[in-house]
Design a protein around this ligand. Sequence first.
Ligand code: ADP
Length: 302
Amino acid sequence: MAAPQRFTSLAGALCALAGEGTKIEKTSRIFGGDINEAYGLTLTGGRQIFMKSNTKENLSFFAAEAEGLNAITGTKTIGTPKILGIGTDEDRGSFSFLLMEFIHGKSRRADYWEELAGQLANMHRASTAGLVTNGKYGFFCDNFIGRRRQINTGYDSWTSFFRECRLEPQFQDASRYFDGQDRKKIIRFLDHLDEILVEPEQPSLLHGDLWGGNVIAGNDGRAWLIDPAVYVGHAEADLAMTELFGGFSPTFYDAYKGALPLQPGYERRRDVYNLYHLLNHLNMFGRTYLPEVKHIVGRMRE
Ligand code: ADP
């Protein structure tokens, strides 16, 4: 899939999208994200598009988000907003932007959860050819989880990838929260990770940040995926994240397991996958997440 088109001004991007002379007729701020500013833009002629903006230096966030959405789109399995372009703008105070199709949240279809499960299972079953450089797991570029960099170096072992590109960098950045005793436990835990994690039957493209806020109902009442932190990994890491903050219906889980049966022992591995997100929250938002992190590390070595 082609890289997103890059623009050097917002005005230029809008003209390229909707014709010469296109202006923003109305701007509505949209809340709900925690990294960027988000807006609905109504353009001359009435077309509505969605824009995220951040400082100019953060254009790389948007380039990575666009690559992730494009990778999901490439599986042809589930709705994702079409990327309309990315760029920077110096005209109105220097910022970067990501433009995409606007998804008007509508009420969910009756089979919303069941269909989401089937589509997600299909995404997890889709070919990952060409998505990883030098290995089975990872992604061809690094991206971001929240506002923190996510390393996607290619690996042939899922367990090694998860240890070295997911847990270790997070533990290193969180080192100030741990004493000598904790550190010993963490090292032991990481050394024995292959006794807990298993290699997947096949590599899967993951959304990578699949909490409830990143699944929204589109105009068609179907589930659309937004704001991914994609990489190729074990499908059950996505499923685990849906359980971390809740909000997914029991119907979703039944249908997902019907479509793509889980390998035995998922419940134990689930907490290890979610440890990554808890550590990321610890590193972004502070010590509220520390007890749960310590609890998981302690329990896994019992
Ligand atoms: P952040 O990058 O800051 O986490 P999000 O991707 O979560 O931002 O988006 C911020 C808000 O915009 C959320 O409320 C989300 O539901 C909404 N949103 C995201 N993408 C679209 C879209 N394509 N169309 C309409 N609303 C969207």
